[in-house]
Design a protein around this ligand. Structure first.
Ligand code: MG
Ligand code: MG
Ligand code: MG
Length: 305
């Protein structure tokens, strides 16, 4: 029986490509694994997979009785609902320690780097397995995506090194230009509903007794959102109520200006304000230099809730 490998709910490029790259490595090592995904892929991921000739992993949302590897997450809130009925053989991740539990020992590759695919690259090196050209291409793109072309404070020397080596294997000459091309695809927000936009890169966290949802849209020019803030707030309000969330935050990140407009709907806005030492005006504020949800948003919310 095949072991399934998948990333978090509302998968991003790292989650999808990580499932593909880790599955390839595991299969080379003699295991029988299949990459899967918990949700629809986003336009950026679609662009990357098309460019290097990959099809998307199959959609699978239930894993009771299965053996699994998790990549790019280890939170129950980002897991399939029946994760407790699955056997977790291993985790490859670059996030904070989550709340999942296992009954048996497991393999863990967890490191504070900018992208799960950086860790997978290190695993390939560790096992001395060759990375095919097209696989190296998508892995390089995952690193460019997660590190916001090396601009994110989460980016480490290991990420830039891995990305450069992968780009070389893939014969990508100007990987920063490819990164920009990806972010331009990502910046197209006009063909989606506002609810789809809020959910495009969205994560729920259980903090204390509160459920906090945090979405992020990374674009090359924030002006694309100029005439849609009210509608975005409308979609956030609906999701907050439907999901019984205590707070819902949306980061509109400008990767050129390197900062984020933060939109907030919360039952306890004072907690959000003291988390970042800010005063919200019309439920929003510009946060200069803030581009990482993982490093610059979540830890400060955790302390408050
Ligand atoms: Mg991710
Ligand atoms: Mg990641
Ligand atoms: Mg991200």
């Amino acid at each position: 029986m095949s072991t399934f490998i998948f990333g978090h709910t509302t998968p991003d490029s790292d989650s999808i490509i990580g499932a593909i790259s880790l599955s390839y490595l595991k299969n080379q090592l003699g295991e029988d694994t299949t990459p899967t995904r918990q949700g629809e892929i986003n336009p950026e991921t679609e662009f990357i997979l098309d460019k290097f000739g990959f099809s998307k992993p199959e959609l699978k949302t239930s894993y009771a009785g299965e053996s699994v590897y998790l990549i790019d997450f280890m939170e129950s809130s980002q897991s399939p609902k029946d994760i407790n009925e699955a056997t977790i053989l291993g985790i490859v991740d670059h996030h904070k320690l989550g709340d999942l539990k296992t009954d048996a020992p497991l393999e863990m590759w967890v490191r504070p780097v900018g992208c799960s695919n950086t860790i997978v690259k290190q695993m390939f090196d560790y096992y001395d397995i060759e990375i095919p050209k097209n696989l190296a291409g998508i892995m390089a793109c995952a690193i460019l995506s997660d590190t916001v072309i090396f601009k994110s404070p989460t980016c480490t020397k290991e990420d830039t090194k891995a990305c450069k080596e992968l780009a070389e294997l893939a014969e990508i000459e100007d990987y920063k230009a490819l990164g920009m091309e990806m972010f331009i695809v990502k910046s197209n927000v006009l063909n989606a509903t506002k609810e789809e936009l809020v959910l495009r890169d969205f994560k729920d966290f259980n903090m204390g007794n509160s459920k906090i949802g945090v979405g992020q849209l990374e674009v090359v020019d924030l002006s694309v959102f100029d005439n849609m803030k009210n509608e975005l707030f409308g979609a956030m309000k609906k999701l907050k109520e439907e999901g019984k969330r205590d707070s819902i935050l949306l980061l509109l990140t400008d990767i050129m200006q390197e900062g984020s407009q933060l939109l907030v709907l919360s039952d306890t806005p004072e907690k959000i304000e003291s988390a970042f030492n800010i005063t919200l005006k019309d439920n929003q504020i510009w946060l200069p230099r803030v581009i990482s949800r993982k490093k610059q948003i979540i830890p400060f919310l955790e302390k408050q809730f």
